[in-house]
Write a protein that binds this ligand. Sequence first.
Ligand code: PLP
Length: 454
Amino acid sequence: NYSLKQLQQIDAAHHLHPFTDHKELREAGSRIITHANGPFIYDADGTEILDGMAGLWCVNVGYGRDELAEAAYAQMKELPYYNSFFKCSTPTPVLLSKKLAELAPKGVAQVFYGSSGSEANDTALRLVRHFWALEGKPEKNRIISRKMGYHGSTIAGTSLGGMDLMHKQLGGAVPNIVHVMMPYAYELALPGESDHDFGLRAAKAVEDAILEAGADKVAAFIGEPVMGAGGVKIPPMSYWPEVQCICRKYDVLLMLDEVITGYGRTGEWFAAQTFGIEPDTITTAKALTSGYQPLSALLVGDRIAATLVEKGGEFYHGYTYSGHPVACAVALKNLEIMEREGLVDRVKNDTGPYFAQALQERIAGHDLVGEVRSIGLMGAIEIVKDKVTKERFLPAGSAAVTVRDHAIAQGLMLRATGDTMILSPPLIWTRETIDMACARIAKALDLAQADLRK
Ligand code: PLP
């Protein structure tokens, strides 16, 4: 048995972490989470922390679900692995595909599996370009994406994403990807511009990019229905229907990245349903298994699927773990739990509206808060120096880190991205859990205020 100190030393000596400053890690030591139950995680000191992030936006059914462990165990004993290449399959990905086709928006009924959201987006990118090549239009290969979008960390994912800091480290992006403005009214709406009009203007940026390239050169537009890692940026309701209209007008495919929003987060199974749109592809991962197993599913619409069948020929693409039987068994059980407990309806009709109201009534008025916003159980708090002018603290992002550190010390795990605090809790949160979280956020804001305005 290792002590916390020993674990931290070994961690710093041998473990390279994602999205981590390793110099800082050496100095501070990592926070080692050892176990979890329901909505709580516990660190190696035994400290109980309410998990406001569902891990990384994924543990939708909460921790400690024996049924998921049992589903994995049973499948491992029966058949731990076999591949889905070369016309083989195993039962669980077959049954999961059927289930996903039932839950997905109209016209989306085929599934391609991977192990991560990044892999699913790589697949999506290759698939839409393959589709146009099969249609005899290989030059229709440009992808329009958005600034501040996040689509994963592989080279394709980073290229699709619109994060400048990630692009700087890329040393050469996948070609033919362009980025347009994001639909973020708090910073980008013009004085006096309504939310509705701003949404239409942000959609117009997609049309401008299509016209600039020429519609015969544009394969697809990709976006997160609600930008997650970019700061829970919720578009006006006018945005997505207008983007869909533009895509149809120019025969450009519509790709949604629902790696975060898929499986209930916005109060429907998919955010496509929340925003009333019918995309050609939907990338999902994370909450498909509630994070209990690594699994992604790219949901593919009828038009693309029909072309694959009609034209035939192999799509030279796949992963060893595509349709992994154990991961798919866990996904099936996870979706069963979500349905049995009515978690998606609960977000839509109870906890989602209550969460919005609680943030508005208890957090929005704080002196450090410029705006709160949420959709379903996904929320953001903008940290500002001045509520009226929206001026931020310097250096950029430092204030949100101060708030986050106080929140964790108060027993609430949330995330700071730029100057934005993010919440994306497990869907098992109740009104009482939301009350508990808001009390901890309010306390953290007060403590941060004392630090920041010293
Ligand atoms: N797409 C979105 C919208 C995401 O938020 C993420 C991860 O956070 C990804 C893709 C990448 O998923 P993964 O980390 O599983 O590769």
